[in-house]
Design a protein around this ligand. Structure first.
Ligand code: HEM
Length: 397
């Protein structure tokens, strides 16, 4: 029997009391994941999550695991053609992949996307303005990142509906078969798309990735496909939920919403506080010691998965002054919403642009904005990594 039931339904509704108990009573704890029938270690204090993310003894590369451990934690072997990417690689392989990608994913390219983000946001909000009540997740929060990702990658406008459908399944598959069919279709589509871009380069990220070269080294076709898949998988639900969680947090704190209306220049720090108070990625992806490792005075056996709780770290009173307070002007605010160290989020600046443009525009355009349901009674998704609402019904006039 687990001492802390992280898999209980209540954890998606109100996770903070359990996380506070874990920080106080068992900041490093071994639990049994009933869904995978496997042990999992959880780290909940801020300083310890930082130490975990900085510790090179923990690997993210599942190819280094024994067949037995890999089978236990990763049932989905069908994704092999799409997961040769940097999030599942350790240095020096990670360094190689990330530096090739960094050549294409430049700050300039992200800055150039801002006008499109603004235009797409205004267009989506024009549609919202025609209604009295909408689900803001469906109408804006998830539409914006997928439009931006499609433009970044260079997916032709005519294919964007299919692309949207695939990402929808990726995020919330009806069942495993649907997910597998989607992955096969997506793999086939990406294969053809990359071949087309090879023949007819454009000015998108994909063309830049195809051309990226360092010391005579390039991304292989499988690596390119995996990289494109990673961008979609890592950049879609994460960003959508920051927009959703952000508007929800503001609606739950009317005095902070009023303050942001009066001082729109606070939007940058408001987004940082949203990322801290209600981060869309609540856990780091799992890491594995390849041999027995002593961590926080405890021996973690080889090949047992360790997870850092970003949400818990953000509510650790040792790291943040009055962490329960949602304060859009909080400073300092050294949150871990984008991870830390080797795997620090590649897309953080793009995510910040999207979130500040979207949340800023909602606040500016809809002075009568209110939640169309009790904000404390809304349903949350119960995924392992993502913290986000099922729906966010709002009245805009
Ligand atoms: C607010 C939105 C986002 C959040 C909260 C977020 C969060 C994160 C976190 C926590 C990690 C580290 C994962 C770990 O260590 O286990 C990560 C990695 C990554 N993110 Fe994001 N992300 C966001 C948006 C994006 C976007 C828009 C993109 C790309 C278009 C992106 C691309 C990536 C990539 C490629 C990695 C892997 C980096 C590496 O392994 O070196 N993310 N992200």
């Amino acid at each position: 029997m687990n001492r802390f039931d992280l898999w209980a339904e209540q954890m998606s509704v109100d996770p903070l009391p359990t996380l506070a108990r874990m920080r106080a009573e068992a900041p490093l704890v071994r639990l049994h994941n009933p869904n995978q029938d496997a042990p999992e270690w959880h780290v909940t204090r801020y300083a310890d999550v930082v130490a975990l993310l900085r510790d090179p003894r923990f690997s993210k590369d599942k190819r280094k695991l024994s067949d037995e451990a890999r089978g236990r934690y990763f049932r989905v072997t069908e994704f092999d053609g799409l997961d040769k990417h940097m999030l599942f690689a350790d240095p020096p392989e990670h360094t190689r992949l990330r530096s090739l990608v960094a050549k294409a994913f430049t700050p300039r390219r992200i800055a150039d996307l801002r006008p499109s983000v603004e235009k797409a946001t205004e267009r989506l909000l024009d549609e919202v303005a025609e209604h009295t009540e909408v689900d803001l997740l469906d109408a804006l929060a998830f539409r914006l990142p997928i439009t931006v990702l499609a433009e970044l990658i260079g997916i032709p406008v005519t294919d964007q509906d299919r692309f949207r459908e695939w990402t929808g399944i990726l995020v919330a598959p009806a069942d495993f078969d649907q997910l597998r069919r989607m992955v096969i279709e997506l793999e086939e589509y990406l294969g053809q798309f990359l071949a087309m871009r090879r023949r007819h380069p454009g000015d998108d990220l994909t063309s830049a990735l195809l051309a990226a070269e360092q010391d005579g080294d390039r991304l292989s076709p499988v690596e390119l496909m995996s990289m494109t898949f990673l961008l979609v998988a890592a950049g879609f639900e994460t960003t959508g939920n920051v927009i959703g969680n952000g508007v929800w947090a503001l609606l739950r704190h009317p005095e902070q919403l009023r303050r942001l209306r009066g001082e729109p220049e606070l939007i940058g720090s408001a987004i940082e506080e949203i990322l801290r108070w209600c981060p869309s990625v609540k856990n780091t992806t799992g890491v594995f010691p390849l041999t027995d490792v002593e961590f926080l005075d405890t021996v973690i056996p080889a090949e047992e998965m360790v997870i850092g709780s970003i949400l818990s770290a953000h509510h650790d009173p040792e790291a943040f002054d009055r962490p329960e307070l949602f304060d859009i002007a909080r400073t300092p605010n050294k949150h871990l919403a984008f991870g830390l160290g080797t795997h620090f989020c590649l897309g953080s600046s793009l995510a910040r642009v999207e979130a500040s443009v979207a949340v800023g525009a909602v606040v500016r355009r809809f002075p009568a904005l209110r939640c169309a349901a009790d904000p404390d009674a809304l349903a949350w998704k119960d995924g392992v990594f993502i913290r986000g609402l099922e729906r966010l019904p709002v009245e805009v006039r």
